[in-house]
Design a protein around this ligand. Structure first.
Ligand code: ADP
Length: 411
């Protein structure tokens, strides 16, 4: 990889495609953008380059393929300095099942295996496959790399990932805990090791990724040994619109007593619960903080439950790790909400956590550092950067013999 190497990172959701061109050495974002409302009436693509923002409509029903075409034929055509330095394309893939514990170069066999994992991520993996197919035909001269959200958690021991269900459900159907947000937890682990001056394979942390989705991971010697999300992203913490852990008996109760069908239960637990459901106001932490400050009881309760449940998970991970070098907050809420961080630590005094109010108040705007006092168990804020991990992995997997593209084959 040379100093001028760049990686195109693609993150395909069910109705969106985020893209970025990144310098894998420094993490500098040269171009960012998003195609939205895909396969709907009025899709758009927006992008930002050199501080300048632009938006363009796309033809009705445009999908991932059309966004990639627009990227190649409009955006990158005007930026040959970026296009000509692309060495790889990195794809975020949500579910790699048990097949992928690391990022891999995409070939037909890898595509086949990602397709086999569609049952585990029915909304996300098909979108990633569309992105991979479209990128392969748009950039046939570039290596494609798949980076899996589940990969970092493949190091979990069996006692952490097997549910207490009939074992045949695992054996015959792969029903087990997989965990998500692995790319973020991995980034945070590596950065925490740097900040703590420890080799990555000796660092023990508890990493709390708090965004719209939220999960917490116990990391032992640089490896995930437990995490709060399970077979699906629904398990674990209270999230923006997801309930997190509930009594499984609730599902029977809803069905038998309140006549809920499967789709309604799915909508209830994934889209109508969490911060939104409790507060009856919003899934957005900022809105809730403001409303709580103005006396909105539901907003206050939602924030209280969010923090309490997270603190319980953190406390339980203290029980499974031999030592904890740092508790780390990341994600939109973890990086920005001094209120949430303070509230979580206030539950954890018994484990030696003492908040430094001044540090906690200062920790935002993309900087990493401690928010606890010198005497406290170490608590850090580390802004996550999943795109950079994807770009680094992709650049690192470029075959040494691969030319930096064959210009004659370019569009
Ligand atoms: P996603 O999971 O969609 O990537 P993010 O990591 O961007 O989400 O996190 C979104 C959450 O971060 C929202 O709940 C938002 O309110 C919260 N957030 C962002 N900035 C702040 C802030 N300054 N204070 C409190 N919460 C914030």
């Amino acid at each position: 990889m040379s100093n001028s190497s760049r990686v195109l990172v693609l993150n395909c959701g069910s109705s969106s495609l985020k893209f970025a061109v990144i310098d894998p050495l420094s993490g500098t974002l040269e171009l960012t953008g998003i195609g939205e409302a895909l396969e709907q009436n009025e899709p758009t693509v927006s992008w930002k380059i050199g501080g300048e923002k632009k938006t363009s409509p796309l033809p009705a029903n445009s999908g991932h393929r059309e966004v990639i075409h627009f990227l190649v034929n409009n955006i990158l055509r005007e930026c040959p300095n970026l296009r000509d330095h692309l060495v790889a394309i990195g794809h975020r893939v949500v579910h790699g099942g048990e097949k992928f514990s690391h990022s891999v170069l995409v070939d037909d066999a890898v595509i086949h295996t990602i397709r086999e994992c569609v049952a585990l991520a029915p909304l996300h993996n098909p979108a990633a496959l569309q992105g991979i197919e479209a990128a392969r035909s748009a950039f046939p001269y570039l290596p494609q790399v798949a980076v899996f959200d589940t990969a970092f958690h493949q190091s979990m021991p069996r006692h952490a990932y097997i549910y207490a269900l009939p074992y045949e459900l695992y054996r015959d159907h792969g029903i087990r805990r997989y965990g998500m947000h692995g790319t973020s937890h991995r980034f945070v682990t590596e950065r925490a090791a740097e900040l703590l001056n420890l080799p990555v394979n000796e660092v023990n942390i508890i990493s709390a990724h708090l965004g719209n989705g939220a999960s917490v991971t116990a990391v032992h010697n640089g490896h995930s040994v437990d995490t709060s999300m399970g077979l699906t992203p629904l398990e674990g913490l209270v999230m923006g619109t997801r309930s997190g852990d509930v009594d499984p008996g609730l599902l029977m109760h809803l069905g038998a007593r309140l006549d809920y069908g499967l789709k309604e239960i799915n909508d209830l637990l994934n889209k109508k619960s969490g911060l939104l459901g409790i507060s009856e106001l919003s899934n957005d932490c900022r809105t809730l903080e403001q409303a709580a400050a103005e006396g909105h009881d539901g907003a206050q309760l939602a924030l209280d439950i969010f923090c309490y449940r997270l603190a319980k998970y953190i406390a339980s991970y203290h029980g499974v790790l031999p030592q904890v070098d740092a508790l780390v907050f990341t994600g939109g809420i973890g990086e920005n909400s001094s209120l949430v961080r303070g509230k979580v630590l206030s539950h954890l005094g018994g484990l030696g956590y003492v908040l430094d109010e001044a540090r906690n108040g200062r920790a935002r705007f993309g900087e990493d550092g401690p928010i606890s006092t010198e005497q406290s168990a170490v608590t850090l804020v580390i802004p996550t950067n999943e795109e950079w991990v994807i770009a680094r992995d992709a650049a690192g997997l470029v075959p040494p013999t691969s030319p930096n593209g064959d210009p004659s084959s370019r569009e």
